[in-house]
Design a protein around this ligand. Structure first.
Ligand code: GLN
Length: 503
């Protein structure tokens, strides 16, 4: 049995591993003022982030008494820099938007701000959320706090690294093909991608609109539930947001797992999955069985087809979404254009990095007359097929449990030369986005000192159920409480310099 708020040698103040509810209690009791709590984390960012590069920009919190009402009053957090916030820059990890100031804030931001959460900064990310390693950022690669020579995953790598290093209690993320779950797995933190439509996309810069979904990265399932409670719900400014009533995602956390049917996709435990990762995931599933769950084998074939379909459909949508960055209306403009064509061409080829250009080209090609039926339409059919497989599987079980990633965090540069190898990272996450289902990554052990994630997938709008399973699991293990070496151990406002001490 673990307690999220206990202090120990690594965390003498108990603040690094404190849950959001615990931080709230401490604030309410007056143990800390909102300003001193924010200052504690802001100081950590300033001191420890140079070793990680997990932030693109930081803000000095201006806390007024009026802001301090609400369920998250005084709780510090960070946004993935894909969320528009009126104050400061919103870059989306791109040169194209390096100096852009959003004229409005995302619904997710407005909702968190209305509850009194305190924004400490914007986190690094792969440019326009395209990537699995955070090496595609105009603002430089992010390091994994568990080993600074390795990637934190992507595209929400900054958010995952920042939460893992305890620089903020929670951060937002977005998941189009795995960008919350994969970095959460690589960094040993908990991440949830809700059902498509559960959270408004308004003000979240678009990559592939029929997949994009905002979510949360935090230390625990309970913290994810607490934040999800605040950001969910229909929004008249996003017509794809769902009118499905928002339930209290914390209500079922304590429910015992007895009688729960856990579906394990046998095709996912193939040679594509590293053996040692498989062992940890199997052990986590066994733990869920000890907690009262029953294991059932299910079929989820064609993960490879899902990958091909995604890498056609997402670039197709991206090629349309990113057409707005033309050197005229938003962001970067080239110097001395000779004419309008030169302005378009040079602004886009100078403003976008190589991976973004690759996807715009692939997407434009797939949508072109003559190829549309052969590529785009077939990929849409594959998407439907995959969604059908999930429907079938989830009629035989309540939740699905399996791996998040085929391997643990890889070395920086390891897959840079080969986009196809990089795309394989998303083998187990992408199918979930094709079907629009909610999915989580939960810390489930280590291989050679590097975190492994357990993926939990639920039925549409059954976030409360996967959060329940994750929370029950986290009552039995302590992987989510481990702090990377070099990022814990100093006192409140302590002066010990120990940056980048990870192996
Ligand atoms: N890694 C995937 C990609 O590169 C997923 C990205 C995402 O979810 N935003 O597209």
């Amino acid at each position: 049995m673990s307690s999220n708020s206990s202090s120990n040698d690594q965390d003498p103040t108990g603040l690094l591993n404190a849950s959001i509810r615990d931080l709230k209690t401490r604030l309410d009791r007056g143990d800390h003022s909102p300003m001193s709590l924010s200052a504690f984390f802001a100081e950590r960012i300033e001191r420890l982030d140079p070793a990680l590069n997990s932030f693109i920009s930081t803000q000095i919190p201006e806390i007024e008494q009026t802001e301090l009402k609400g369920d998250l009053a005084g709780i510090p957090f960070a946004h993935k820099d894909i969320f528009c916030v009126q104050q400061g820059r919103t870059t989306c990890g791109s040169k194209m938007l390096a100096d852009w100031h959003a004229p409005y804030s995302a619904t997710v931001h407005e909702k968190l701000a209305a509850q009194g959460a305190v924004l400490l900064g914007k986190t690094n990310m792969d440019e326009f959320a395209m990537g699995s390693s955070n090496e595609n950022s105009y603002f430089g690669a992010v390091s994994n706090p568990w080993d600074v020579n390795r990637v934190p995953g992507g595209s929400s790598g900054g958010s995952a690294a920042a939460v893992a290093a305890r620089l903020v209690p929670f951060a937002t993320g977005s998941d189009t093909g795995g960008s919350i779950r994969q970095p959460a797995a690589f960094c040993g933190v908990t991440g949830i991608k809700p059902t498509y439509g559960r959270v408004s996309r308004y003000g979240m810069i678009a990559y592939a609109s029929s997949f994009d979904q905002a979510g949360v990265i935090a230390k625990t399932a309970e913290d994810c539930a607490v934040v999800l409670n605040q950001i969910s719900g229909v929004d008249r400014r996003d017509s794809t947001s769902s009118p499905e009533p928002v339930v209290d995602f914390t209500a079922d956390l304590e429910k015992p797992l007895s009688g729960l049917k856990i579906g394990v996709p046998k095709q996912w435990f193939s040679e594509a999955l590293d053996n040692r990762v498989a062992e940890q995931v199997e052990a986590a599933i066994a733990e869920l069985e000890c907690a009262g769950g029953t294991r059932v084998e299910i079929d989820l074939p064609d993960a490879d087809i899902a990958l091909s379909a995604y890498y056609l459909l997402a670039p197709a949508e991206a090629s349309s979404n990113l057409s707005r960055f033309d050197g005229v209306r938003f962001g970067y403009r080239c110097d001395n254009p000779q004419d309008i064509t030169d302005l378009f061409e040079r602004s886009r080829s100078e403003g976008f990095g190589p991976e973004v250009q690759r996807r715009i080209l692939a997407g434009t090609y797939a949508l072109s007359a003559g190829y549309y039926d052969a590529f785009y339409l077939r990929a849409q059919k594959a998407r439907r097929l995959i969604a059908g497989h999930f429907e079938q599987a989830l009629s035989q079980c309540d939740v699905i449990a399996g791996p998040v990633t085929p391997t643990v965090a890889f070395k920086k540069g390891e897959h840079s030369a080969d986009p196809a190898q990089m795309y394989l990272q998303d083998l187990f996450t992408i199918p979930v986005n094709l079907a629009g289902l909610p999915g989580m990554s939960v810390p489930a052990g280590f291989v050679d000192g590097l975190p492994v994630g357990l993926q939990l997938i639920g039925r549409h709008f059954a976030e409360a159920q996967i959060l329940n399973v994750a929370h029950q699991y986290q009552q039995r293990v302590d992987f989510h409480q481990r702090i990377p070496p070099g990022f814990g151990g100093e006192g409140f406002g302590g002066d010990e310099h120990n940056t980048g001490g990870a192996a």
